[in-house]
Design a protein around this ligand. Structure first.
Ligand code: G16
Length: 544
């Protein structure tokens, strides 16, 4: 075994964000940059020698090269076995599925999620623990601490492994198993959902669907599940071939970036159902004919109807949502008599609740929904859940949502993003908001009276860990609220996220346009945070 020990010096910018380390491809291609971070992972994982890890990525530019480096470093660091997806491809939920199915020590996911790819695009590395979920903060902090003191890394001098077909290989003493990327995941989906019912529903011929994989990782998964297993016509999956640069697109399933699907669903002769997923397959956007379902409403509708789906027939233990996600699901939980948890942004915060059996479904406003079947959010799972509900109820997407609002009232909700703002004024904006917090309660602003104003802090109910400074919240006495955060996933400057929510019980007003319904709050957000002044922008880059 030709083990090499390579001297290196630390990079001081390897702090994992909301979801692992995300940087531009040129950053990752600097000599030793990827290697330092991977060595820091191995150095931080006590007892990983001889263990099995899963490795895969979303197929973006640099995926293949990175996997070969990781395999050789794993062999040099005494890892026992690596399970890798065929072609180096694994969606994020499929990686979580494999970690759990084979009870591996953990896994390494290569993705920058919804960020664009290509030689000048983004790349990312995330470590997942043995429950299949993103490493909690104590693990990512240990990895970060190690990146700051690293002096050498270990790598095997060996040829590349052929990842293009399933098979078993040896790299030094380490086993490498290249595995079908789709089959274990699609088998899990078939256990949770009524595939026969969905197949009959599609075969009956008066329901049409369109699934946009945005030239990202879900293409092979979506074709296998929707077209082959569920019998939807060929061509149901669009942009289904994963490309290293996502066809120069931005694989973020929202109304702005998934415009091709949006045009189809809002066009003439539109299909009944549309869905898109992101770069690594964990996000989803759900559309009906001429109808957009906000992710917050999607979580609430799935929760309210969960027992119609085989995998959740026994009921839900509880639900969880991130703090900026609308409180629509809270109303459903109250009616069902189950607990509803409010966590900081980041799927990693759901892990303990799912492991402890406190929550069954989880969701976030950022187009993420999932359950205890894996420990990541899961885009195609959400699509299948909706299809199962449509097949069982025979109702349209719009009908299901409108009836939901009638029962529970409507939480009008929108997120305004100001992307790529210079970091300094963005930080100043947040700092001056923080200063105002103590004096805001009781004040009347633009007709709204401030009920509370704080910076969200979370105490994990399972392990007692505390996460502070998770976003500024200003709540008003009528139940509406504004939340301000800086994104933890961007790679250029800062992204300011402004989350706006109000509650409308009156069904006669449920048809109002969201931006109109939230108009006063939008103006108020600018007044309080001085968004125009600090960002120099007169409007957001993305509104969802
Ligand atoms: C990640 C996290 C999510 C989070 C999202 C946005 O998703 O897993 O929990 O909501 O980022 O985070 P931020 O607002 O900090 O940018 P993904 O799909 O990018 O892995």
């Amino acid at each position: 075994m030709n083990l090499q020990i390579v001297s290196t010096t630390p990079f001081l910018d390897q702090k994992p964000g909301t979801s692992g380390l995300r940087k531009s491809v040129p950053d990752f291609q600097q000599p030793h940059y990827l290697e330092n971070f991977i060595q820091a992972i191995f150095d931080s994982l006590e007892g990983c020698e001889g263990q099995t890890l899963v490795v895969g990525g979303d197929g973006r530019y640099y995926n293949r090269q990175a996997i070969q480096i990781i395999l050789k470093m794993a062999a040099a660091n005494g890892i026992g076995k690596i399970i890798v997806g065929q072609g180096g491809i694994l969606s994020t939920p499929a990686t979580s599925c494999l970690i759990r199915k084979y009870q591996t020590f953990g896994g390494i996911i290569l993705s920058a999620s919804h960020n664009p790819g290509g030689p000048e695009g983004d790349f990312g590395v995330k470590y997942n623990i043995g429950n299949g979920g993103p490493a909690p903060e104590k693990v990512t902090e240990a990895i970060y601490a190690r990146t700051k003191t690293i002096t050498e890394y270990k790598i095997l001098a060996a040829g590349d492994i052929n990842l293009d077909r399933p098979g078993s290989f040896k790299l030094g003493t380490m086993d490498v198993e290249v595995m079908d990327s789709v089959a274990p995941y699609s088998a899990l989906m078939a256990e949770l959902f009524d595939f026969d019912r969905i197949r009959e529903f599609i075969a009956a011929g008066n329901f049409r669907l369109c699934v946009d994989s945005m030239h990202a990782v879900t293409g092979p998964y979506a074709k296998a599940i929707f077209e082959t297993q569920l019998g939807a016509p060929a061509g149901t999956v669009i942009n289904g071939v994963p490309l290293e640069d996502f066809g120069q697109g931005h694989p973020d399933p929202n109304l702005v970036y998934a415009h091709e699907l949006v045009e189809i669903l809002f066009g003439e002769d539109a299909p009944d159902f549309g869905a898109a997923s992101d770069g690594d397959g964990d996000r989803n956007m759900i559309l009906g004919r001429h109808f957009f379902v906000t992710p917050s409403d999607s979580l609430a509708v799935l929760t309210a109807n969960a027992t119609l789906v085989p995998g959740y027939r026994g009921g839900l233990a509880g639900v969880a949502r991130s703090m900026p996600t609308s409180a629509a699901v809270d109303r459903v939980a109250a009616k069902l008599g189950i607990d509803c948890y409010e966590t900081p942004t980041g799927w990693k915060f759901f892990g303990n609740l799912l492991d402890a059996g406190k929550a069954t479904l989880c969701g976030e406003e950022s187009f993420g929904t999932g359950s205890n079947h894996v420990r990541e959010k899961d885009g195609l799972w959400a699509v299948l859940f909706w299809l199962n509900l449509l097949a069982v109820t025979g109702k349209s997407v719009e009908q299901l949502v409108a009836e939901h609002w009638q029962t529970y009232g409507r939480n009008f909700y929108s997120r305004h993003d100001y992307e790529e703002v210079p970091s300094e004024p963005a930080n100043e904006l947040m700092a001056q908001l923080q200063v105002q917090l103590a004096t805001l309660p009781g004040q009347t602003l633009g007709g709204y009276t401030v009920d509370y104003a704080d910076n969200f802090s979370y105490t994990d109910p399972v392990d007692g860990s505390v996460s502070k400074n998770q976003g500024v919240r200003i709540g008003f006495t009528d139940g509406s609220r504004i939340v301000f955060r800086l994104s933890g996933t961007g790679t250029k400057g800062a992204t300011l996220r402004v989350y706006l929510e109000s509650y409308e019980p009156d069904p006669a007003k449920h048809g109002e346009d969201t931006q109109v319904a939230l108009g006063d709050l939008i103006a108020l957000a600018d007044q309080v945070a001085k968004i125009k002044e600090f960002t120099g922008r007169d409007r957001p880059t993305v509104i969802t």
